[in-house]
Design a protein around this ligand. Structure first.
Ligand code: NZQ
Ligand code: ZN
Length: 390
């Protein structure tokens, strides 16, 4: 294993009824003004908004609303939230939603306590945070990003056409309330996309050094099998509490830093997907689904033993009479078949990207991961995008 330091400052309250049971008590230690942040309105339709505002009102809190946080949150939206927080002397941000709302709010928590240009000082050039961001608590409504238990905030700068994020431990939420029943109302397409995002976070970590036996890879094999099993179960019955709770916790486990310990981590597919998102505003999990099998066919020879393990231990591919390459490719094919089976897009065209001319600019703008089994060039990323197109 590589050396590591581990810390996770977020306290998690998990299970049906947790918001009712703990929210008021959790907010007691903060001042009276709460920035209530949410997305495009799903929480108004499924009743979560009414439930939370009733708790806040009963606790005597002053609510400042910050609504309309879009999927793939923009830097302009972060600035809007920071302005609101400053003007209203907000004491804590309460983010209700998925990765987009949580990420936007982490960025707001930084921006509202920082006088400089946070885009330049923290997103473009990782800076040292030597101040306390505004406290943030989150109520998770969709499983996918795992943003509730890390300090990562993925933000799109529309002007510069860059979507990127960094994990600052100081930006970990103070608390995360996770009620799996809150995810029942997530549209099936979004549930599947979030499920694939979980799988992708695990694969992007698993397919990287070290290759020798290590506990992180063992945990990841169990997590991948769990995500595949529970995603199938949740598709069959979206109100399956067991499946929803397993997906919700797997999502946290994939991104709370535990599985990354001792690992190099790749995340090249995320680098590419983020730039696809910056140019086309595509859905994150769907973009990842298109990219993964093709990217893996480009890199598997450089990480052959891990791809062989993946095929056998995750997909149960029989190995007898097959060469290592055949086994590895069978594992990648099993992943591609799963993507088709659950109804995710398999081409950029299906994702809604129809202008092939964009691909070179997108490829050239992608970050290059140092943790990949095979270090990409911008030319190879363009090849991958072209293969993804049809
Ligand atoms: O906006 P509303 O109306 O709330 O609807 C949302 C949105 O349309 C809907 N939704 C969420 N909970 C729901 C619900 N609809 C009905 N019932 C509910 N209970 O779902 C849609 C998608 O929400 P969003 O937050 O955008 O999805 P997700 O959680 O997948 O977040 C995606 C963002 O997170 C970033 C992605 O790049 C993308 O910007 N990521 C953040 C990471 C992190 N911080 O660690 C890591 C990831 O790799 C990822 O990059
Ligand atoms: Zn992701």
């Amino acid at each position: 294993m590589n050396n590591f330091i581990f810390e996770n400052a977020t306290k998690v309250y998990f299970g049906e009824g947790c918001v009712n049971e703990y929210l008021a008590c959790l907010l007691k230690q903060y001042g009276d003004t709460v920035l209530l942040a949410y997305g495009g309105g799903s929480i108004k339709r499924n009743g979560i908004y009414d439930e939370v505002t009733a708790i806040l009102e009963k606790a005597g809190k002053k609510i400042v609303e910050f609504s309309g946080i879009m999927a793939n949150p923009t830097y302009a939206k972060v600035q809007e939230g920071a302005q609101l927080a400053k003007e209203n002397h907000v004491d804590i941000i309460l983010a209700i939603g998925g990765g987009s709302v949580m990420d936007c709010c982490k960025a707001v928590s930084l921006a509202s306590r920082y006088e400089g240009d946070i885009w330049n000082d923290f997103w473009m050039h990782p800076g040292v945070i030597n101040f306390k961001p505004l406290p943030l608590g989150v109520i998770v409504t969709v499983a996918g990003t795992g943003s509730e238990c890390n300090g990562g905030a993925v933000i799109t700068n529309e002007e510069k056409k860059i979507k990127t994020g960094r994990d600052y431990p100081q930006c970990n939420p103070q608390f995360a309330l996770m009620d799996p029943t809150y995810t029942y109302s997530v549209p099936v397409k979004q549930m599947i996309s979030g499920g694939f995002d979980i799988l992708s976070h695990i694969m992007e970590t698993y397919f990287s050094g070290p290759n020798e036996n290590n506990v992180s890879d063992d945990i990841m094999e169990a997590l991948m099998k769990s995500v595949i099993f529970n995603l199938r179960a949740a598709i069959k019955n979206p109100q399956d509490y067991t499946a929803r709770s397993n997906l919700m916790w797997a999502s946290t486990m994939a991104e709370n830093r535990i599985i990354k310990m001792g690992k190099k981590c790749d995340f090249e597919c995320h680098n590419i997907e983020h730039q696809l998102g910056a140019y086309t505003d595509c859905n994150h999990g769907c973009g990842l689904a298109v990219l993964h099998p093709i990217y893996y066919r480009h890199i598997y020879k450089a990480g052959l033993s891990k791809f062989v393990k993946f095929a056998g231990n995750v997909w149960g591919i029989a190995t007898e009479g097959k060469s290592a390459e055949e086994i590895a490719l069978a594992g990648i094919n099993a992943l591609a078949n799963f993507i088709k089976e659950i109804g995710l897009p398999t081409t950029l065209r299906e994702l809604g990207i129809t202008d092939k001319n964009l691909l070179k600019e997108i490829a050239d703008s992608c970050g290059i991961s140092a943790g990949s089994y095979k270090t990409m060039t911008h030319e190879e990323i363009l090849m991958i995008l072209n293969e993804c197109f049809e």
